[in-house]
Design a protein around this ligand. Structure first.
Ligand code: HEC
Ligand code: HEC
Length: 535
């Protein structure tokens, strides 16, 4: 089952509906009245047979819930799949647009669950109170919970639905160690309603706020694990009240081009969902604009390989002078290097502290390109970057030695591919640290950023060694990308087992005779056939 969700949610293939109109009373600033009327009409025609319209515009269950566009897409998908609802692609877009705007989430209400919408791989489990991690975090991420707002009565029905749809729930996913149904049906609804209520001040304020216009020129920087930092500019044009088109002129740290473009829909006034290309590859974008429209942040990822992607941070070219990023973020003593200060309003001379000499090579709309010399005796540690009157700390470090490495992520899951299903890769990077002696004799580790290393795999334990997991589970490329093997059964393995594996991923950095080594744990497991919008 492959979810049609991306063609549905993001701007890619859609025809542009021009729905600019005056702001009506009913849905205030969030959407023009014509779009609201079109959405309401779809709900009335396709949902109200089962979800009664109890008051004008108020539908049983539907109107008692707020969530993300992805959350609405999941529910509507189930209404189609399980309850026989039939919608055209256009009706789907209209209702998704409508429900996400009229019953969406305020920016602060999305914060905890953004990682899941951005599809960040190997994200640690969300810290939620009570026993929610055990009760609700074993089958899916807690982002599904944290991105839903409803009263206790609806939380209770959701729990009933779980047991109705999955009667075996209490016997699977390790639920046998707890009295799942008893706790879920008695204690949790009220607790969940308190944590994630239908009515909130944040939403009351947000729904009446006019949408910020995101058109303009933006300075962009980000990091793509495995490939490194990138920077440049984005030109965003407005196509209609909720649609934008963007062109990206970006560069990798070495200056190579990393251009692209995208079409995006803005949901709930701040949630950017785009489809386009970056560096010639098809990508999706899940970004969030700041309330005042001054910043856009999030993550993009490859279509069909959401585990591969990068962070995205964009700020307008206008505003108070500031350095947003320094690329690369660390300089070795005794070297001369190209350094990019990504930022705006950077006028005046550049000073990176004692033992360094910086020369401005060229000024660009996204910042400055410098040539920097760090002499052999420059003191290691964080440097304050001074440009004219602007000072920034913690963006640049100087180092003599890489004292230790850490592999990120420290624990990862990859999944076998095969047939029509692409494998789920795992991207690792080796982060370098240097030890710096502080004021009171305390040693602190200064993070230097991703380092080039030699990558290898090793069995995680004796069992893995015996099974030969290293040979069967896949290959680790020298850019830190683990590409899993095809799914089994594999007649070359004992009992024709699948090509799963339990491995160490090892990063080694050699300088002269010394080597610094770090490890991460990688589990290569079976395919995941269902890829819901919120994992
Ligand atoms: C044929 C009857 C039927 C139709 C038509 C129908 N639903 Fe449902 N809906 C159900 C049933 C049954 C449940 C409870 C079981 C469940 O959640 O799957 C439900 C539950 C829900 C819920 C609450 C649970 C959740 O996951 O949020 C929402 C919201 C919802 N439906 C939205 C819609 C929307 C929007 C439409 C129209 C596009 C729609 N439904 C059309 C039968 C229907
Ligand atoms: C046994 C595994 C399991 C457990 C435990 C579990 N869930 Fe789910 N949950 C699911 C599955 C599967 C779905 C997807 C249902 C669908 O859309 O077909 C789901 C969907 C959801 C959704 C989205 C509903 C929608 O409209 O698509 C929410 C919210 C949710 N769960 C909350 C919870 C909460 C709260 C708990 C703890 C009380 C919980 N879950 C525990 C399996 C589980």
């Amino acid at each position: 089952m492959h979810w049609r969700v991306w063609s549905l949610i993001s701007g890619g293939v859609a025809a542009v509906a021009v729905l600019l109109g005056t702001v009506g009373a009913a849905h205030a600033a969030m959407m023009p009245p014509a779009a609201a009327r079109a959405g309401l009409a779809v709900v009335q025609a396709h949902c109200s047979a089962c979800h009664r319209e109890t008051a004008p515009g108020h539908f049983a269950r539907i109107s008692e819930e707020r969530k993300s566009p992805e959350g609405w897409a999941m529910t509507i998908f189930r209404m189609e799949n399980v309850h026989g609802v039939r919608l055209t692609q256009k009706q789907l877009r209209t209702i998704l647009r409508y429900l996400s705007d009229v019953q969406g989430l305020a920016p602060s209400e999305t914060r905890a669950g953004r990682f899941a919408l951005e599809r960040r791989p190997n994200h640690p489990i969300l810290k939620l109170p009570y026993n929610l991690p055990v009760m609700c975090g074993r089958c899916h991420s807690l982002a599904r919970v944290a991105l839903t707002r409803q009263p206790a009565s609806e939380w209770r029905k959701l729990i009933n639905f779980h047991v109705g749809q999955f009667p075996f729930l209490e016997y699977q996913d390790g639920s046998r160690d707890i009295r799942w149904w008893k706790i879920a049906s008695t204690q949790l609804p009220a607790k969940l309603a308190k944590l994630f209520p239908l009515h909130s001040a944040a939403w009351r304020q947000w729904r009446n706020r006019p949408r910020a216009d995101l058109a303009g020129v933006w300075i962009v920087h980000g990091d793509m694990p495995g490939r490194g930092d990138y920077y440049g500019t984005a030109l965003i044009r407005r196509r209609s009240w909720d649609r934008y088109r963007a062109r990206y002129v970006l560069h990798y740290a070495n200056g190579a081009a990393f251009n692209g473009s995208s079409d995006a829909i803005i949901y709930t006034g701040f949630q950017w969902r785009g489809t386009g290309t970056l560096g010639g590859k098809p990508v999706h974008e899940v970004y969030f604009a700041a309330a005042n429209g001054s910043r856009i942040r999030g993550r993009w990822f490859l279509a069909g390989h959401s585990e591969i992607g990068g962070d995205w941070d964009a700020a307008r070219t206008t505003g108070a002078p500031k350095v947003m990023a320094v690329i690369p973020s660390a300089l070795e003593v005794g070297t001369r290097q190209r350094l990019i200060l990504v930022g705006r309003g950077l006028r005046g001379g550049v000073d990176l502290g004692p033992g360094t000499k910086a020369r401005i090579l060229v000024r660009r709309p996204y910042g400055l390109i410098l040539s920097v010399r760090v002499n052999a005796h420059a003191a290691p540690g964080y440097r304050t970057v001074r440009v004219g009157g602007v000072r920034s700390r913690d963006l640049l470090a100087v180092y003599r030695r890489v004292d230790h490495l850490e592999v990120e992520p420290a624990f990862a899951i990859a999944r076998l591919g095969g047939g029509t299903l692409a494998p789920v890769d795992a991207q690792f990077q080796a982060i370098g640290y240097t030890n710096v002696l502080g004021a009171h004799g305390r040693v602190s580790a200064v993070r230097l950023g991703a380092m080039p290393v030699t990558w290898s795999v090793a069995p995680f334990n004796a069992e893995a060694a015996k099974r030969g997991d290293v040979r069967f589970a896949g290959t680790l490329r020298q850019d830190g990308l683990f590409v899993p093997a095809e799914g089994g059964p594999d007649s070359k393995r004992q009992f024709s087992a699948d090509n799963t594996g339990d491995l160490y991923v090892v990063a080694t950095r050699r300088t002269g005779k010394t080597a610094v080594v770090a490890k991460a744990h990688l589990i290569v497991t079976v395919q995941r056939w269902i890829k819901p919008p919120i994992y």
